[in-house]
Design a protein around this ligand. Structure first.
Ligand code: ATP
Ligand code: MG
Length: 435
């Protein structure tokens, strides 16, 4: 056993894990790590809430690995000692890579099962049993139906992006999976957002849990400089091109709402000469992985994505997030913009809000309990009663042509007197005003 010291060692983490962390330059625990690790090491269930990019993966991964190592057991054939569930294939892959890095040089064997890859190969590997299985719920259910594994020896269950995992899209699969685990287990739930309803639901999976909330629920990461730019739908592409052109060497993620719309936008940007790739559910798994790899490597500077890339993905170089379309799940705004400003860096997030999206914007601001500063265009008037309303619908037509610029467009209001091309923002983003 290596001799180690420092705050992670003092918490009682396995020395081999601590050495691996030091090799990665991780020596000081973040607040969510400092507050979660001791309780998890004691065997307690835990509900952990902390902003995007603050190290939640290690907050559950390090103590879980320490406990598995302390047991000194090998997994029985077909069995899994710890199960981590995540909502997307790419996130499952990333968590697996993190867990492998933390446990390098130890006997821990990690395996990842996701859709879009050969199920037979996965079934084969599971025969030997694994210490830590990282899975998306859909593929795990397929494998369980094939009797490729048993969860009867699984003492740890982690739900990353827990609020999404407890949402209607996943809850059915999760109920089926959770029933197969022993009742005597340790369950850990982590996310950057935890709507009230979710916490109630979480109670049915947790026993006497510790609650750790590093920040008030639903808050965006502090180092993100946010802004909203009001613009007609038809003017968004040109406005985006203008923003992107200002930072040609920096990585940007652009979120669209639909697979089709995101693909179209990526093609358009590509035609305009941007080094762009796209990731969404209509792509093959191979294409999705290549797009992400190219973006991680900085070959593609712009990644157009649907909400499939909203949660969990850790690409530290991402400097800008553009919400080309506002998300219709308000919580996803916090996750989307959280793809920047990770691990203490800073980043910028611009939301493009068409007149028809005013309702979405207000729902987002309500969920975050804060206003997003206006950096361009004219804000629509918010109705007095019930701010979940759809807001005024006049002005731009969603999906309309490049006509805009007049009513409610970026050039309306204060700057209308000075005539500008339709696509120019009426006020430049705050940080742009420097130069
Ligand atoms: N104690 C630490 N010191 C320095 N860097 C750290 C520390 N813990 C984690 N990191 C790094 O911070 C980054 C973000 O970590 P992670 O992906 O776990 O964040 P997260 O809280 O899960 O975010 P999200 O809510 O977006 O999923 C990673 O690159 C990770 O290596
Ligand atoms: Mg995470």
């Amino acid at each position: 056993m290596p001799e180690v010291s420092g705050p992670f060692a003092d918490m009682g983490l396995d020395p081999r894990v601590v050495v691996n962390l030091a090799g990665m330059g991780v020596v000081e625990p973040t607040p969510i790590q400092a507050q979660s690790i001791p309780g998890i090491l004691e065997g307690r269930d835990l509900l952990g809430l902390a902003q995007t990019g603050t190290g939640k993966t290690a907050a559950f991964g390090l103590p879980m690995l320490t406990r598995l190592l302390a047991e000194g057991k090998r997994p029985e054939p077909h069995s899994v000692r710890a199960l981590i569930l995540a909502p997307t294939r790419e996130l499952a892959t990333q968590i697996a890579a993190n867990i492998e890095a933390y446990s390098a040089g130890t006997p821990i064997r990690t395996f990842r099962v996701v859709g879009g890859a050969s199920i037979n190969v996965q079934q084969q590997r599971l025969m030997r049993g694994v210490d830590v299985l990282i899975a998306t719920p859909g593929r795990l259910i397929d494998l369980l139906e094939r009797r490729a594994l048993t969860l009867s020896k699984t003492d740890f269950l982690v739900l990353d992006e827990a609020d999404q995992m407890l949402d209607i899209g996943f809850i059915h699969a999760l109920r089926r999976i959770a029933k197969l685990l022993p009742e005597q287990r340790q369950t850990l739930l982590f996310s950057a957002t935890m709507p009230k309803l979710m916490e109630e639901l979480a109670d049915s999976y947790l026993r006497d849990p510790i609650r750790v909330a590093v920040n008030p629920p639903g808050k965006a990461a502090e180092k993100i400089e946010q802004g909203v730019h009001f613009v007609n739908q038809g003017d968004k592409a040109a406005l985006l091109a203008e923003y992107l052109s200002k930072h040609p060497d920096e990585l940007a993620i652009v979120f669209g709402r639909t697979k089709h719309g995101s693909e179209k936008l990526a093609k358009l940007l590509g035609g305009w000469g941007f080094a762009v790739d796209a990731i969404h559910g209509n792509k093959s798994q191979g294409q999705r992985e290549r797009a992400l790899a190219s973006f991680r490597a900085g070959k593609a500077k712009v990644l157009v994505a649907t909400d499939v890339a909203a949660r969990g993905l850790d690409i530290p170089e991402v400097a800008h997030v553009y919400n080309y379309d506002l998300p219709n799940v308000p919580e996803n705004y916090v996750h989307r913009i959280g793809r920047t400003a990770r691990a203490g860096r800073d980043g910028r997030a611009v939301a493009f809000c068409a007149p028809a999206e005013a309702g979405e914007l207000w729902a987002i601001e309500k969920a975050m309990k804060s206003k997003i500063p206006v950096i361009g265009g004219e804000a629509p008037v918010q109705p007095q009663h019930g701010n979940r309303g759809r807001g005024p619908r006049g002005g731009g037509k969603p999906g309309g042509g490049f006509a805009g610029g007049a009513n409610g467009g970026p050039n309306a209001g204060a700057n209308a007197a000075r005539k500008r091309p339709a696509s120019r923002p009426s006020r430049r983003p705050k940080a742009e005003q420097r130069g």
